[in-house]
Every structure is written in structure tokens, then in C-alpha cells.
Design a protein around this ligand. Structure first.
Ligand SMILES: Nc1ncnc2c1ncn2[C@@H]1O[C@H](COP(=O)(O)OP(=O)(O)OP(=O)(O)O)[C@@H](O)[C@H]1O
Ligand SMILES: [Mg+2]
Length: 370
């Protein structure tokens, strides 16, 4: 079992509130990923879960038991850090076995557990080497091996792959994915890497200034971001935002006088006036001849597979458009952009989501006046 509940957790360092009333329910066997800007409290939240930091307020429950005042060693959680913190002078085998030896396990138990962990992590051939004789990915696997042998209730990873190069990260990501399938243990994983978050998580926790902005599946977060912070944090390049100048019952008006008809707008809660339209670069349709907004390409970024066009639209702003395999537009060209209403997100003046394409699911009802 490895069900973790965080109940109104607060962590203060002096006057500074690093964790601000966080409540989360992480289910047994779930892979939860914490994302958020540097300093938002991801590591601190992991540390209060493990007990390396005391809570200022609130409680942590593991499988229903309040562990808020239980010592870290008794919480049965294993933490893997970005820096592997291996002992350089002893072998891989002894590094993996270290915690078991300290705990006074028998030689036989240690031997079996180390062998099992090494097999799962494809380290069997390296057990007699010293850490310096290993690659970065192999060292990281040793650090994970050290955690696995303790048979923890949950694994907590703090950016475990961020020291690795791009190719190794992909490989380790796949290995962690397999590991998770094999072990079926709860995992909490901190990363700055959106691809890791989107592909590995059952649920993503988006943190900002110590608060949870959204806790949802990766696709919910992508399709229905709770607010402009989440909308701009997940997705690359980030979502475009366009000011809504005014609205009527049928839709939105922009700075250039254009009107986008959105049928469902009538249903938005009273007092929640649309303030921003959000549309992702990959959802904007573009054409050389006709469309909703007329703009000029100010910059094109060719990535080979994708092209990002930066388009200046008078009285609206600069919009980024993603074209797959697009090669024809160049800086200075005129281009027409169309935000498909069924792919638009609408936010109020506080940046909270009012309406999203996934809610406007009866897309036959949304149409555009061009
Ligand atoms: N021991 C401490 N004393 C005082 N302030 C701290 C302490 N530990 C963390 N903080 C502050 O709490 C905030 C959250 O830090 P934390 O390390 O959790 O951020 P993070 O989200 O993990 O950032 P990063 O992505 O850079 O690792 C930061 O502003 C940090 O300066
Ligand atoms: Mg951190």
C-alpha cells in the first residue's frame, strides 16, 4: 500500500511561506508528478512528505495513518535526488546494500535483494565496479537501486534525470516507466521537463508560490487548464493569450474589432466576464489567403519537423503559430490566422478558466463569423 494524503499542509521558513495550504490525495500505485517554476516549493513538499522537514501546519497521512510526527526512517519512503550521492570508494553492490546493512539485514537477504534490484535495473554486470567507472545513467540507476531494496511504500524522486544528457534522459525515462510497471509502487516525481510530466504522470500537480494551481491528469491539464498560469506553464511554445475588449451574448470582440462567435458563452456564470482568449500555437489554423486575423510574420523558427511562426496582428498582439513541416512562410509575409472556437479557452479577469473547448463539446454549435 502507498496511499498518501496531504491535508492542508503549510511550511514556513521564518516569514516565508514555502507551502501554502496544500491538500492532495495520491492513490496507491499512482505516479504523481510535481511541476512548477523554480522556487515554487516542489522539493520542500517532497521533504515534508518524507519528514526531512517538519510541517508548520496540517498533516500527512500514509495509508490512513497520521505520520506528521513520525521520524523519516519510519515512514518507509525512499527518496532519490538529482545528485546521486553515491559513496565513491565502495562498489555498486555495497552502495545498493548500504541501507540494508545499516538496518542489520542478514547476508542472504541482502544478497537476494541486491541481485533482484540489479536485475530490474540492468546493473548485474556492474556490481563490482566503483561509481566513477559508471556512466551518469548507470549511476542514477544505482541510486534508484538503493531505494528499491528498501521496499518502500512510495518512491519520491527529486529531478532524478536532470543531470543527464538528452538521449540518456529518454532512455532513463523509459526505464523508470518499466520500473513503475514492475513495482506498482506509488511514485512522486519532481521534474522541470514537460515531456517527462506529460508522458509519465497519472496525475500532474502544478505548483506556484507553494499553492496547487491544478491537480489533474496530463490531458485534463492540457485540454482544460484551470487558469492562465497552468495554461501557460504546460504546452510549448506556450498558449497565446489575446485580450477580449468586450463581449455580447454571442461571442467576443477583440482590439481589431473582430468578433468570434461562441454559442456557449451565454452559459458562463454571471459576473465572470471573459477577459482573455487562449489558443495554443498548434491549434491556430493559418493560410496565405483568408482567415480571422490578418498579420505579418515577424520571425520564423525552423526546427525541421516544426516551424514556429511569430505573427504580428495589429491591435491584437504577437501570436505564435506552430506549423508541422511548414516551409513556405518567411518573415515579412502576410498571413491569416484563425482560432478554431472549439479549441479556444476563455479566462476571466482573474485568469480563471470560464470556458474551454472541451466543455464546448457540441462543436456544431460553435461557429465563426469571418
Ligand atoms: N531551509 C530553507 N530555509 C529558507 N527558505 C527555504 C529553505 N528551503 C527552501 N526555501 C525556500 O522555499 C522556496 C521553495 O523552495 P524549493 O526548494 O521547494 O523550490 P523548488 O520548487 O524545488 O525549486 P527548484 O525547481 O529550483 O528546485 C524557495 O523560495 C526557497 O528559497
Ligand atoms: Mg527543487
Amino acid at each position: 500500500m502507498g496511499q498518501i494524503t496531504i491535508d492542508r499542509a503549510v511550511k514556513r521558513f521564518g516569514d516565508y511561506t514555502a507551502i501554502d495550504h496544500v491538500s492532495l490525495d495520491i492513490e496507491d500505485g499512482q505516479f504523481a508528478v510535481f511541476v512548477g517554476p523554480s522556487g515554487c516549493g516542489k522539493s520542500t513538499l517532497l521533504r515534508v512528505i518524507t519528514g526531512l522537514e517538519d510541517l508548520s501546519e496540517g498533516a500527512i497521512y500514509i495509508d490512513g495513518r497520521d505520520v506528521s510526527h513520525v521520524r523519516p526512517s519510519e515512514r518507509k519512503l525512499a527518496m532519490v535526488f538529482q545528485s546521486y550521492a553515491l559513496f565513491p570508494h565502495i562498489s555498486v553492490r555495497d552502495n545498493i546494500a548500504f541501507g540494508l546493512k545499516i538496518a542489520g539485514e542478514s547476508k542472504d537477504v541482502i544478497h537476494t535483494k541486491v541481485a533482484d534490484a540489479a536485475r530490474i535495473l540492468a546493473l548485474s554486470d556492474y556490481l563490482d565496479r566503483k561509481p566513477r567507472e559508471l556512466s551518469g545513467g548507470q549511476r542514477q540507476r544505482v541510486a534508484i537501486g538503493r531505494a528499491i531494496v528498501r521496499n518502500p511504500t512510495a518512491f519520491l524522486f527529486d529531478e532524478p534525470l536532470s543531470n543527464l544528457d538528452a538521449a540518456l534522459r529518454v532512455q532513463m525515462r523509459l526505464e523508470l516507466f518499466k520500473l513503475r510497471k514492475t513495482l506498482k509502487t506509488t511514485m512522486i516525481y519532481v521534474t522541470h521537463d514537460q515531456v517527462e510530466a506529460m508522458t509519465m504522470a497519472d496525475k500532474i500537480v502544478v505548483l506556484n508560490h507553494g499553492r496547487v494551481e491544478q491537480f489533474a491528469t496530463p490531458l485534463e491539464i492540457y485540454d482544460r487548464p484551470a487558469n492562465t498560469f497552468v495554461a501557460s506553464f504546460i504546452g510549448s511554445p506556450r498558449m497565446n493569450f489575446v485580450d477580449v475588449v468586450t463581449t455580447d451574448e454571442t461571442g467576443l470582440f477583440f482590439g481589431d474589432g473582430n468578433h468570434l462567435a461562441i454559442e456557449k458563452l451565454r452559459a458562463t456564470p454571471a459576473g465572470k466576464a471573459p477577459s482573455l482568449l487562449g489558443v495554443r500555437p498548434e491549434h491556430i489554423a493559418y493560410s496565405a489567403n483568408a482567415g480571422f486575423w490578418r498579420g505579418v510574420v515577424s520571425l520564423e523558427e525552423q526546427l525541421g519537423s516544426d516551424t514556429f511562426l511569430y505573427v504580428d496582428v495589429a491591435s491584437v498582439g504577437t501570436l505564435i503559430v506552430r506549423g508541422v513541416g511548414e516551409r513556405s512562410f518567411r518573415a515579412g509575409d502576410t498571413i491569416f490566422l484563425t482560432p478554431p472556437p472549439a479549441r479556444c479557452h476563455i479566462f476571466d479577469g482573474e485568469g480563471q478558466r470560464i470556458l474551454t473547448h472541451a466543455q464546448a463539446d457540441d462543436s456544431s454549435k460553435v461557429h465563426m463569423n469571418i
